[in-house]
Design a protein around this ligand. Structure first.
Ligand code: C5P
Length: 470
C-alpha cells in the first residue's frame, strides 16, 4: 500500500539511523544538473551532520549499468537522488532492500507501492511544479534533524534550476512555497518583485539585457550593441567609476525607465506576454557576497546546470557543500564558458536551416554534430523560449555516447497540447528498447542509432502530424 509522505520520511530516517548505528557506509548517487547537484548535496550534508559515513557521486542518467556499479561498490546502502524512476524492480533485484530513491520524475503506479521509492507523485505532489528532487531531499534532511532547515536555501536553488517558479509572476507554489518560506525565516532568502534580467548580480547592464532570452525580445536578445544604445539613450549611468553597473543596482526610477524603453521593442501580439515575463519574483541570498553569482538564486542555478553540462560536476558539488574560496573562480569560468558555448550552438542551429523542420504543432531540431548530449536540455529550453515557437512542442536530438541518439523535448510558452511529454518519450523509447521519461512539459529519451528512423516515425505519428486542436 502507498504510504503517506510522513510515513515514507520516517522510513527514511529509520533506515539512515540504522546505517549510522551499525557503522554502515552510504553512497549517494545523483544527477548532474542543478536539481541533481543540490539534492545530492543536501542529503550528503545532512548525512555528514548526522555522523554517517558517506560518499557522493554523479551520473548523467540512470541505467542497469549504474545499478551494476552500485552492486559492485563496497558501500552498504545506496541513496539515489533525482534519478532512478522506473528502476525499482531492478534495484530490488541487485541491492535487495538497501536503497532509497528520492525523486520527482513521473513514475508508474506499480512503483507507488515500493516503500524505498520516495517520489513526489506518490503523495499527490506535482513533481513538475510543486517540488523537485532538491525539495524531496530537503524534506528527508528535515526528517533526520530539524536543524537542517538551513539547507532550504539549496532546495530553493534546486526549484529555480528546474524552472518550478511557475506560479504568478514566477512565484513558487505548493511545497516549494513552504520551503522558500523556511529559507526566508532562517534569514537566508529575500524574495522581491523585480525586473528579471539574467546575471542580476554579475553582468554589466548591456550584457544582462542582451543575454536575457526568456522572454526573447526581437531586436534586443543576443544583440549587445542594440542593448547598449537603448541603455545609453535612457540617460541612466551605466558605470560606477570604471566598473559596469549590474541589474541588481538599478533603483526603482531607473528600472521604470528601462522597462519603458524595452516596451518599444515589444509591439505586436506577444507584447503583453513579453512584458509580464520580464517582471517577476527574484530570489536573493543576502549572506552571499554582493556581485557574486551565488547571490541571485537563478544565477546560482544556472552555474550549477552549467557545471554538470560541461563535465565539471565536482565544482558544483563543492559549492553546494559550502566551499567558497578558490572554487568560486572556477565556477565563474565555467559559467562564462557555458554561455559562450550556448551562443555558438544557437548560432549554428539558427543559420543551418536544414536542421529545423516545423509543423503546426511541433518544431524538430537536428543538433547532431553540434550540440553535445549534456546540453540538449539547455538548448531545447532556449528554442522553446523563442516567441516564434510559442504554442509548439520542441524536440531536439543529438548524438550520444556509444552509438546512441539523445532526444530532449519541451512545451514552449503558451503550448496547450494535451500530449504528456513524459509519456510520449517513455512509451516511444520503450517501444524501441531505449529509456525515456521526465515531466509533462519537459522530457527526454535515449535510443540506439539503428532505431532512429523508427523513433522519428513514431514522433511523426504522435506529435508532428497531429493537428493543433488535438
Ligand atoms: O534531458 P532533458 O533536459 O531534456 O530532460 C528533461 C527532463 O526529463 C529532466 O527532468 C530529465 O531528468 C528527465 N528525463 C528522464 N529520463 C530520461 C531523460 C530525461 O526522466 N531518459
Amino acid at each position: 500500500m502507498t504510504k503517506s509522505l510522513d510515513e515514507s520520511l520516517s522510513y527514511f530516517k529509520d533506515k539512515i539511523n540504522d546505517c549510522i548505528k551499525l557503522r554502515k557506509s552510504i553512497s549517494v548517487t545523483t544527477h548532474i544538473d542543478c536539481d541533481g547537484l543540490t539534492s545530492g548535496s543536501i542529503i550528503t550534508k545532512a548525512l555528514i551532520r548526522a555522523g554517517a559515513k558517506c560518499t557522493l557521486r554523479t551520473s548523467k542518467e540512470f541505467s542497469q549499468n549504474v545499478i551494476d556499479s552500485l552492486k559492485k561498490d563496497s558501500r552498504d546502502f545506496h541513496i539515489v537522488t533525482d534519478l532512478g524512476g522506473g528502476f525499482a524492480p531492478d534495484l530490488d533485484k541487485s541491492l535487495q532492500e538497501d536503497w532509497i530513491v528520492l525523486d520527482h520524475h513521473q513514475i508508474s503506479e506499480d512503483e507507488h507501492d515500493v516503500p524505498r521509492v520516495i517520489n513526489a507523485w506518490k503523495y499527490g505532489l506535482d513533481g513538475g511544479t510543486e517540488i523537485c528532487a532538491g525539495g524531496m531531499a530537503f524534506l528527508a534532511a528535515m526528517a533526520l534533524n530539524e536543524k537542517n532547515s538551513d539547507l532550504s536555501a539549496l532546495a530553493v536553488v534546486a526549484a529555480l534550476g528546474d524552472r518550478q517558479d511557475q506560479g504568478e509572476r514566477k512565484s513558487f507554489t505548493g511545497k516549494n512555497f513552504e520551503i522558500a518560506k523556511i529559507a526566508k525565516e532562517c534569514g537566508l532568502l529575500e524574495i522581491d518583485l523585480d525586473l528579471l534580467l539574467v546575471g542580476r548580480e554579475t553582468r554589466p547592464l548591456p550584457d544582462a539585457l542582451a543575454f536575457t532570452s526568456q522572454p526573447f525580445i526581437d531586436g534586443l536578445t543576443w544583440n549587445r550593441d542594440a542593448c547598449l544604445s537603448l541603455l545609453n539613450s535612457s540617460g541612466i549611468p551605466l558605470k560606477d567609476g570604471g566598473r559596469w553597473r549590474v541589474p541588481a543596482e538599478l533603483n526603482e526610477e531607473e528600472k521604470r525607465i528601462v522597462i519603458e524603453k524595452i516596451t518599444k521593442f515589444t509591439t505586436g501580439k506577444n507584447a503583453t506576454d513579453i512584458m509580464s515575463e520580464l517582471i517577476g519574483y527574484t530570489y536573493t541570498f543576502p549572506r552571499e557576497d554582493s556581485r557574486s553569482f551565488l547571490r541571485d538564486g537563478r544565477e546560482f542555478s544556472t552555474m550549477l546546470n552549467s557545471c554538470g553540462r560541461i563535465s565539471k560536476s565536482g565544482v558544483g558539488m563543492a559549492i553546494c557543500m559550502g566551499d567558497r574560496n578558490r572554487i568560486l573562480k572556477e565556477g565563474e569560468t565555467i559559467l562564462s564558458e557555458y554561455r559562450k558555448l550556448i551562443r555558438e550552438y544557437m548560432n549554428v542551429l539558427t543559420n543551418e536551416r536544414w536542421r529545423i523542420s516545423e509543423s503546426d504543432t511541433c518544431v524538430m531540431v537536428n543538433g547532431e554534430g553540434i550540440v553535445p548530449e549534456t546540453m540538449t536540455g539547455t538548448i531545447s529550453s532556449l528554442i522553446a523560449g523563442s516567441p516564434k515557437n510559442s504554442g509548439k512542442i520542441i524536440i531536439l536530438r543529438t548524438k550520444g555516447e556509444e552509438n546512441t541518439i539523445k532526444f530532449s523535448s519541451r512545451k514552449s510558452f503558451g503550448c496547450k497540447s494535451p500530449i504528456n511529454l513524459s509519456n510520449l518519450m517513455k512509451k516511444g523509447a520503450e517501444k524501441y528498447n531505449g529509456i525515456g521519461g521526465g515531466h509533462d512539459a519537459a522530457a527526454g529519451a535515449k535510443i540506439t542509432k539503428d532505431k532512429l528512423n523508427d523513433f522519428l516515425d513514431y514522433l511523426d505519428v504522435n506529435v508532428v502530424n497531429l493537428s493543433s486542436s488535438n
